[in-house]
Design a protein around this ligand. Structure first.
Ligand SMILES: [Zn+2]
Length: 571
């Protein structure tokens, strides 16, 4: 069997014109990976056996024999024993420091119900100093095995939480990041009472008697976050930097262990970018970051020119995009819809930043040559964003290639689907969101809207749109293999499949995690495929996710993560 596939492989290489070895070599390789199944993700979809690397660049891709001539006495040669070698995964939309922060706070992703949440907080409160903030993230009321009683719209009331943590303010952020549960102490510090008005773009959820239950939607979270920021501002700059560094280090380890060589960060402040830059200067940034700036328009207009960075420090850090959110998320019913929610007919969701303000950001992006990346989940949010983009593009008829992005593009009106390809707008979607949200999407949108417009990867691909994949970590685990599996299977935990005709093929899913992501950040010339002259960012997997039976894909493990020709993770 092995011989047959080997011969077939040689035939592909000899006949397919995929030979990329430069002959004769003008130098020897520092690293050679051989005896592998190399899926290059190049235009010809070629498969090779070996890759030669000199310092941080790929110098040849070909057969074991062809690559042998790059091997000298100093070359580090790794025999991969037939394992799959692919371009390093590019996380297309995640929150880098958020991953680190979530490792330092209570992890509520896997709790089974509200009682478990309360127990975890009780334990944390026991260990905390009086007045310390207790933070947690990742709960999702739709994923609990029981509905809390009492509840409002399925959300628990703060009393049980307040009882176990009377002295410590608590903020527990929803998995989506678009709502938070807080206790009485946090509301007291933030000044939230019965009479507090909803801020624009947010909601303080109240019970029938008008009392805040502790659930804050969208911008209403700002009330407690400001109080938290106020208390954090008491920290010395040294303490602050120490905290940032810890977050970055934890995020880096997590990403590298999961095969991620480049990370597209969906929104950091200028201050955080300063810390990223210091990491690069110190030679400590182990993967590559492409950062969307998330700041007020005022701060953007002051700083965009100064912060523009392309490939800073050997292609470690690029700052060339702006992030804004036009709506919330579907879980907490914050996604902005054209028609009301099926399970909340009084609501069409929330518009978090008014359209004129978004137009002003678009103008800033144009002026400074930044990409504009807009979080849009609901069909109304997506339409408004496409309209904003279209108006901005029309004012610059001479230029063409903007690659502005819609982050999530989760639920689309059928008439808006072809507009992505037509306008050249990137659909930055998360495979794993589909299977993770699957259990409640139909409740929110109804069968027809879900089928026509929710996570419509196939329709977008067919229309010619470029799809970028990712996880929105820490909303989901940053694991690209899980999201790859969700992309090709659309299989929910209960075994049902969410509208199977929208599945991606394995080739499409891999491309969405590599070359397409590189295209989505104007980096397709330097990364995203294994080809001569590209950065030597690669990952070795324990199983061939391109051919093994579908249900085995999630069992594949990352064996090695290589960034710029250096092994940064090894199992
Ligand atoms: Zn996000």
């Amino acid at each position: 069997m092995k011989n047959v596939s080997f011969i077939a492989l040689c035939a592909i290489i000899a006949g397919g014109g995929t030979r990329q070895a430069q002959n004769p070599p003008n130098g020897l390789a520092t690293l050679v990976l051989r005896n592998a199944k190399v899926v290059t993700v190049d235009d010809k979809r070629s498969v090779a056996q070996a890759v030669a690397v000199r310092r941080d660049l790929i110098v040849a891709v070909g057969t074991d024999r062809e690559i042998q001539e790059y091997v000298g006495p100093e070359t580090h040669v790794i025999d991969l024993n037939g394992k799959l070698l692919i371009p390093g995964f590019i996380e297309g939309h995640g929150h880098f420091t958020g991953i680190g922060a979530s490792k330092m706070n209570l992890d509520l992703m896997k709790v089974k119900n509200w009682d478990e949440v309360v127990q975890l907080v009780a334990r944390a409160a026991k260990d905390a100093k009086k007045g310390d903030w207790i933070l947690g993230r990742g709960w999702h009321q739709e994923k609990w095995d029981t509905t809390p009683t009492p509840n409002v719209e399925g959300f628990p009331i703060h009393e049980s939480l307040s009882k176990v943590s009377p002295q410590n303010p608590v903020i527990l952020t929803h998995a989506s990041g678009h709502a938070s549960l807080v206790n009485a102490k946090a509301m007291e510090i933030a000044g939230i009472t019965k009479t507090t008005q909803n801020p624009s773009g947010g909601e303080i959820l109240k019970d029938a008697g008008g009392n805040p239950i502790g659930l804050l939607r969208e911008t209403a979270q700002g009330l407690v976050r400001r109080a938290l920021a106020e208390s954090r501002s008491q920290r010395t700059p040294q303490e602050k930097e120490e905290n940032d560094r810890k977050e970055i280090e934890l995020a880096m380890q997590e990403c590298l262990s999961k095969g991620i060589t480049s990370f597209q960060d969906a929104g950091s402040s200028f201050a955080t970018i300063d810390v990223f830059k210091r990491f690069v200067d110190e030679g400590k940034l182990g993967l590559r970051l492409w950062v969307m700036v998330r700041e007020s328009n005022e701060a953007l207009s002051k700083n965009l020119a100064r912060y523009k960075m392309v490939g800073y420090g050997d292609n470690r850090l690029t700052v060339l995009a702006i992030k804004k959110s036009i709506d919330g998320a579907l879980g907490p019913r914050g996604a902005w819809l054209l028609e009301p929610y099926d399970d909340l007919p009084s609501s069409t969701g929330l518009n978090t930043i008014p359209v004129p303000e978004m137009e002003a950001t678009a103008k800033l992006a144009m002026e400074h040559g930044y990409q504009f990346c807009v979080h849009a989940i609901g069909d109304r949010a997506n339409r408004e964003t496409l309209n904003i983009f279209e108006r901005a593009f029309r004012q610059h008829p001479d230029a063409k290639d903007f690659r502005w992005r819609i982050e999530h593009a989760q639920h689309l009106s059928t008439v808006d689907i072809p507009r992505f390809a037509k306008l050249g707008v990137i659909a930055s979607m998360q495979g794993i969101h589909c299977t993770s949200d699957g259990p409640y999407v139909i409740a929110r949108l109804g069968e027809k809207r879900s089928e026509e417009g929710a996570y419509v990867w196939r329709n977008l691909l067919q229309s010619g749109a470029v799809l970028v994949n990712g996880t929105d970590a820490p909303v989901e685990d940053v694991d690209p293999i899980e999201s790859f599996y969700a992309s090709v299977s659309r299989k929910l935990k209960d075994g049902s499949v969410f509208f199977p005709h929208q599945r991606m093929s394995r080739e499409e899913a891999l491309k969405s995690y590599t070359l397409n992501a590189a295209y989505g950040s104007f980096e397709e010339k330097i990364k995203g495929s294994l080809a001569l002259g590209k950065l030597a960012d690669m990952v070795v997997l324990s199983k061939d996710i391109m051919t093994i039976p579908e249900d085995q894909i999630p069992t594949a493990q990352v064996l090695q993560t290589i960034v710029g020709g250096k092994i940064m993770f090894q199992r």
